[in-house]
Design a binder for this molecule. Structure first.
Ligand SMILES: [Zn+2]
Length: 317
């Protein structure tokens, strides 16, 4: 009996695999570092090999598997099973990853974007349980998301809906984004670009404890910013408030389009803590005219690091 499904999360840093039984209980999991310089064929070969080793470890074989779902850190053309623009793993640009993996594994394979699968997982098993409509946001090195509309993941015409990080929020703030636009919320409020803003301000001569925690200019990251924030460093506060302000605008625009005010959020920069999240929510409430009447709910994701493998497994029908 083909009772098992496998969920794979190909991330910019780690590759994770999870084996689930018919009741979606996690039976085994594995985690590896992503070889970012590998070719697409090498990467797919690696995934196929690790699927077999996951099954071996559980005393199972491919004959026990109903299907494999895989999430990628890029736009994904869901219908064609092709990964599009990927700033994280360049070799994945325009690759028919679904068919490549199908051929290797000789199993049904389904692929989607990492934000979409995290939205699926949080909707079914996490903070979004019981809500027919919600917007999921990953706030991390980059910003991504997924839309649950009327109880279903909404993929749009090409399977690329929910790329909320590329929402245009300013034409005077922000850096050139990977998508070619200046002023995407990702180019202002993502971990990568908040850290870059801190670095640029320090280069201009701003004194900050961020540099003490980072050690060197090029070592500035959101961990250093977060530590300086705890010490009430003025630049850290400015960096975080600026990022939070534009995220609030993003959620406000999403609310205006979809009339959804259930927002589930996950990702590394939420570790900045309540000062960051409070400021983001305050920005949303400031811009939203209807929030007093219909107060939004901002809910922290509940599935943590496993969200993507669970969601990827849920791609298998
Ligand atoms: Zn963009």
């Amino acid at each position: 009996m083909r009772n098992y499904v496998i969920g794979i999360d190909v991330g910019g840093t780690n590759i994770k695999l999870g084996l689930f039984d018919s009741g979606m209980q996690l039976k085994a999991e594995q985690k590896y570092l992503t070889a970012k310089d590998a070719s697409a064929a090498e990467l797919i070969g690696f995934l196929s090999q690790k699927v077999d080793s996951l099954l071996d470890g559980a005393g199972l074989s491919r004959d026990d598997v109903r299907g494999v779902g895989a999430a990628f850190p890029s736009s994904v053309d869901y219908k064609r099973g092709v990964t599009l623009e990927s700033s994280n793993i360049v070799s994945l640009n325009e690759q028919p990853v679904r068919d490549m993996l199908r051929q290797k594994l000789q199993l049904p394979v389904f692929v989607d974007n990492d934000g979409n699968v995290a939205a699926l997982a949080e909707h079914k098993y996490g903070a979004g349980r019981g809500y027919d409509n919600l917007i999921y946001a990953t706030l991390a090195t980059g910003i991504g998301g997924g839309l649950i509309l009327n109880g279903q993941l909404y993929r749009g015409m090409h399977g690329m809906a929910g790329e909320i990080g590329h929402m245009f929020v300013s034409d005077s703030t922000g850096y050139p984004c990977g998508c070619g636009v200046i002023g995407c919320v990702q180019s202002i409020s993502s971990g990568m670009y908040m850290a870059r803003y801190a670095m640029d301000r320090i280069k201009e001569g701003e004194e900050s404890r961020i540099l003490d925690y980072a050690g060197t200019l090029s070592g500035i990251d959101m961990i250093a910013v977060g530590r300086a924030l705890q010490m009430n460093d003025p630049l850290a506060l400015e960096v975080v408030n600026r990022g939070a302000e534009y995220l609030g605008r993003m959620f406000h625009s999403l609310n205006q389009i979809f009339d959804i005010n259930i927002f589930v959020y996950g990702g590394g920069i939420t570790k900045l803590g309540h000062r960051f999240m409070d400021r983001m929510i305050a920005s949303y409430r400031h811009h939203s005219l209807i929030d007093q009447k219909y107060p939004a709910k901002f809910l922290p994701a509940e599935l943590g690091e496993r969200g993507e493998i669970i969601g990827a497994a849920l791609l298998v029908p």
